[in-house]
Design a protein around this ligand. Structure first.
Ligand code: KIV
Length: 274
């Protein structure tokens, strides 16, 4: 499956990826032609109602990965390694990554560059495909001082580029770029061999990802927060609303429209980018 996607990228086609946490949606997304289903630790926010991803555990991740695998046996599944599951040492990272693979994931994703490059190499050498998550890394939300665009200064842009190159050289199959200037994502995509997947990173990445509940316009912030205080991130487009405007309002139509918009390079538009 991974090889097919790599061929698809080489042919110039964009990768459409969406988060997914259960079998019903997994089946629907597989039918819609989604290339990758991401069992993201965003489930801490969208399923559990928390303010961030910091309380997500390996048990949560493996449980939801199994559900997604049940619903979409023929689609590539990427699973997030939650905070605390990969930072301490490479052996623990390997053990936890293997647990996700045995639960149905084809590839694992974890956050950060720097020291994490050796973790990526360690896993890849042992046969576990890896996606590196760079730019805004939600598990570091407290260190980063909130949900902020990364790579805005020359120095931080250079660091993200260096991390992306190092991850690609260490064997990462994909580099996911979250909330970085579109110009930086374009430069990274052109200079590394691993395909890039963007979220708030402009149209020039090799593929795009969104959180399913954002695409449907049904996420309104943490359970403890008021709906009226929720501010939709710039990079989100409500495809369900747009499918209603097209006269075919349905979840199925919305996700199909997302796949098409990604493949046609119609999403993200400049309005969704930094
Ligand atoms: O957990 C998640 O949903 C993610 C996306 C924001 C890319 O990592």
């Amino acid at each position: 499956m991974l090889e097919n996607l790599q061929k698809l990228v080489k042919s110039g086609e964009k990768i459409a990826m969406l988060t997914c946490y259960d079998a019903t949606f997994a089946k629907l997304l597989e039918l819609a032609g989604m290339d990758i289903l991401l069992v993201g630790d965003s489930l801490g926010m969208v399923l559990q109602g928390a303010e961030n991803t910091l309380n997500v555990s390996m048990h949560h991740m493996t449980y939801h990965t199994k559900m997604v695998k049940n619903g979409a046996p023929n689609t590539l599944i990427m699973a997030d390694m939650p905070i605390g599951s990969y930072e301490q040492d490479n052996e623990a990272a390997y053990k936890n990554a293997l647990w996700l693979i045995k639960s149905g994931a084809h590839i694992v994703k974890f956050e950060g560059g720097g020291k994490r490059v050796e973790t990526a190499r360690y896993l890849v050498e042992r046969g576990i495909p890896v996606c590196a998550h760079l730019g805004f890394t939600p598990q570091s939300v407290n260190q980063l001082g909130g949900y902020k665009i990364q790579g805005k200064t020359e120095e931080s842009a250079e660091q993200i580029l260096k991390d992306a190159s190092a991850m690609s050289e260490a064997g990462a199959s994909f580099v996911l770029l979250e909330m970085v200037p579109a110009s930086l994502a374009k430069k990274i995509t052109a200079s590394i061999s691993a395909p890039t997947i963007g979220i708030g990173a402009g149209v020039d990445c090799s593929g795009q990802v969104l959180v399913l509940q954002d695409l449907l316009g049904i996420y309104t912030g943490a359970a403890s927060k008021k709906v009226e205080d929720f501010k939709r991130p710039r990079f989100v487009r409500n495809f369900l609303q747009d499918s209603a405007a097209d006269g075919k309002p349905s979840v199925q139509a919305a996700v199909k429209a997302y796949v098409k918009a990604v493949k046609d390079k119609a999403f993200p538009a400049p309005d969704h980018s930094y």
